[in-house]
Design a protein around this ligand. Sequence first.
Ligand code: XMP
Length: 558
Amino acid sequence: MDEEKLSPDSHRVATSDDIEVSTYLEIAKEIAGEQPVAAEAAVSPAEREAIIVIDFGSQYSMLIARRIRECQVYCELVPHDTPWEKIAPLNPRGFILSGGPASVYDEEAPLAPPYIYEGHLPILGICYGMQVLTTQLGGTVAPGTQREYGHAVLYLSDEDSPLFADLPSPSPVWMSHGDRIEDMPPGFRSLAYTENSPVAVMGNDDRIFGLQFHPEVAHTPYGKTILRNFAYRVCRCQGNWTMGNFINESLSKIRNQVGSGRVICALSGGVDSAVVATLVHRAVGDQLTCIFVNNGLLRRDEAQRTLNTFRLNLGMNINYVDATERFLDRLRGITDPEVKRKAIGEEFIRVFEQEAEKIGKVDFLAQGTLYPDVIESTSSVSKVSATIKTHHNVGGLPARMKLQLLEPLRYLFKDEVRQVGHELGLPEEMVRRQPFPGPGLAIRIIGEVTSEKLEILRAADWVLMNEIKKANMYNQLWQSFAVLTDVRSVGVMGDYRTYGYLLAVRAVTSEDAMTADWARLPYDLLARISNRVVNEVPGVNRVVFDITSKPPSTIEWE
Ligand code: XMP
């Protein structure tokens, strides 16, 4: 999957650091002109069709929802014990039962809610979901003689099944299961098999299906074809989940919610806040004021560029505050990563509150919460999991400032947010920007943050990004950045001894930042980066490349 992303002929789009400020001004002027909002007619929530994923806790559950949405069908992920009253308003056209870590013959094994069998909507069970179906519909599941994990080859026994349209036979699939179907429920038959699973796919009446493998993962190359067939040929969806429809729906929702109220939004320069601000501005115009806090922890020229783009973008009201000194004072002497993160978060809230007070009465805070955050905060897994890092966001603000939240992106995945940004006419370099953490460069400087170290890191990061972009790799990487360690080592330049900082290069591929793989950057690119950094950045005399994935590492170093 990651190798695909790194293919050299992928299309390259210009990115922020390529672009001179003057170009930004041009872009901003361009988007300040009239933009067609969306060509398509709005779809009311009542007409919008949805496929519901009943979540049994698989690490891939979220991927199922993403794949279905990639087929232009709206999809939501809900815990397995969600009552029907919450599902009905979504206008479900079918259910998918996810995989999960349990075994159906465990005493406490989670099962599907009865309503999914009582209606006449199609059902697709995946892995554990297939075993749940089997058990609840009168079949038998038993422990397999051996675990089946990894690649397998699928042979179709019934090529006419609607699930298999456009599917070659044989085709590779990816398995991860210990239990297997011993007896299918009455009325079911095997539709496909693998060497170790005589019932790799089962179905009845072209309405209820079970897959023993995972169609949602990239290792099942035709998996999306199967999911698309389920959505269109089995559930009879029309495919009305488009970002144009989403924008139209959101604009009227935001107008209804806000009325004549006033909205503030924290702008960071990142894609999420940019899209939120543009959407809200389009809905309620000057009732929105954006606050852009420069914490002094941004990359080279970033604050000026963001400011220029947004001030001119549709004439948005932006209150800019340069709080560099405040943040540096606050960070003095702090070396512990969590203390650093908390200090930055608190300082941000203080500055933001002060700025908001100047605006007068405000009713709403618009923020770029995304669907993965929503899922994480409702899933039982996250409630018991340990805090790895305290993410800096504006979450503490509404309670303190008595603001209502406006979260127009709360049901979108990151790639959908990018599409919305694209449809709204935001510059591609902003829409395609790699994620940048709220605490900024502070969590990429190991140890105390000082203005001297910030300058070193900015210079190194500039070189690194320049080389990554020249190599056409920027858009193929989830993130690429430099980390200034607090290790110093001896070197030699000319005839002189040097004693300089060790700089680490981090580059990862990822779908959602929950897991990430280190990117296999070409050696000659790494050589150019190392050479230029050591020559062009005073204070650095050694460069290393981080070759750890997440887990066990995290993407950022702090
Ligand atoms: P980790 O380091 O936890 O990062 O693997 C996962 C993703 O989150 C970004 N990140 C943050 N984003 N505020 C943010 O807005 C934060 O405090 C923060 N910390 C990490 C990180 O860059 C990566 O994309």
